[in-house]
Write a protein that binds this ligand. Structure first.
Ligand code: PLP
Length: 360
């Protein structure tokens, strides 16, 4: 039976990448050692991390005046690192679009000398849309405006970015980095956990504009962006194997034609699922059409029992991890870059059969 993994993360990785990692697992380039066993100061690993950075810069068109950092602690640690580095004794503005934005806001609010302000929210309609932000709402002396480009749980995402004037736009891009053609130059800082579109968990990517690096050293060296940039992400032992896997994923994506090509593929995959949901009398997607996510697609029936039955039967057919997040209920299909079109086709066929069997 073919297994299709719809997990929101850690997520499916490209098969050619896993095969390449398998081939090289015991003996990396004739060294007689696994990548996991290489010193992070060795020339072999130096080459891996340099290549990973070069590839990511190319894929995302990262301008010269931005640093690319390979860190640890997940996007969750960045919720705190970001305000500590950029917003002490300043205002930090946030848009509240759902579960992940809320966590970012809470982390900033926990720092006494950061003046956290939520300037827009879609909580009034259960986070089913992206709230508009006008330039007038943005205090021009703020350290940044933080958005979550894709809410992994609610399934909403930014199609157009807010105009922030001179205030740097900062993004948690964990669930749609490398899936959309966002331009790095439109952001001051981008951060993302790796485990959806980049590689295994354990690696966190931070892309930061040079002039936003902290002037004062931070009390915690590991959280200090300037120190991490000066150390080329090697202040301590970096997550070497995750960085190696990320490099292989970047190569795979480059060979496919880069982000513009994968975007078309992602649009086909998500398009097929949304069309099926929209045509159905049984399933629905609660999100405002213009704000629909390409990568995380919640759908549900109006009966909890039917949702349960669907998830159970789907799993028996090899559709894994379709259960929606507990805060939303129903189902959720996560269709990151490595998820195959055939898996979406198989799912929509199954949804249609299920609907027929239930009187549709
Ligand atoms: N932000 C978003 C949008 C996410 O989807 C997640 C995890 O799923 C996180 C942050 C938290 O990431 P991490 O587990 O890497 O800390």
């Amino acid at each position: 039976m073919t297994i299709y993994n719809f997990s929101a993360g850690p997520a499916v990785l490209p098969e050619p990448v896993l095969k390449k990692a398998q081939e090289e697992l015991l003996d990396y380039k004739g060294s007689g050692m696994s990548v996991m066993e290489l010193s992070h100061r060795s020339s072999l690993f130096e080459e891996i991390i340099a290549d990973a950075e070069k590839l990511l810069r190319k894929l995302m068109n990262v301008p010269e005046n931005y640093h690319v950092l390979f860190l640890q602690g997940g996007a969750s640690l960045q919720f705190s690192a970001l305000p500590l580095n950029l917003a002490q004794n300043k205002k930090a503005l946030y848009v509240n679009t759902g579960s992940w934005a809320k966590k970012a806001i809470a982390a900033a609010q926990a720092i006494d000398n950061v003046h956290t302000k939520v300037i827009a929210s879609s909580e009034d309609r259960n986070f089913t849309y992206i709230p508009q932000v006008s330039k007038e709402q943005i205090d021009q002396d703020a350290a940044y405006l933080h958005i979550t480009t894709n809410e992994t749980i609610g399934g909403i995402s930014y199609q157009t970015l807010p105009d922030t004037g001179n205030v740097p736009l900062v993004a948690d891009m964990s669930s749609n980095i490398l899936t959309n053609e966002y331009q790095v130059k439109d952001f001051g800082v981008i951060y993302a956990g790796a485990q959806k579109n980049i590689g295994p968990a354990g690696l966190t990517v931070v892309i930061i504009r040079e002039d936003l690096l902290n002037e004062q050293a931070l009390f915690a060296p590991m959280l200090d962006y300037r120190l991490q940039a000066q150390s080329h992400s090697m202040y301590n032992t970096p997550p070497t194997f995750s960085i190696y896997m990320a490099k292989l994923v970047f190569e795979w994506l480059q060979d496919l034609g880069g982000v513009s090509q994968i975007l078309k593929y992602n649009q086909q995959k998500a398009g097929l699922l949304y069309e099926t949901i929209d045509r159905s009398d049984l399933f629905q997607n609660p999100v405002n059409k213009e704000d629909r996510s390409l990568t995380n697609i919640p759908f549900l029936t109006d009966s909890d029992a039917l949702n349960q039955e669907f998830i159970q039967l789907a799993q028996q057919q090899g559709f894994e991890n379709l259960k929606g997040h507990r805060s939303v209920g129903g189902m959720r299909a996560s269709l990151y870059n490595a998820f195959p079109f055939e898996g979406v086709q198989a799912l929509v066929d199954f949804m249609q059969e299920f609907e027929k069997a239930h009187g549709g």
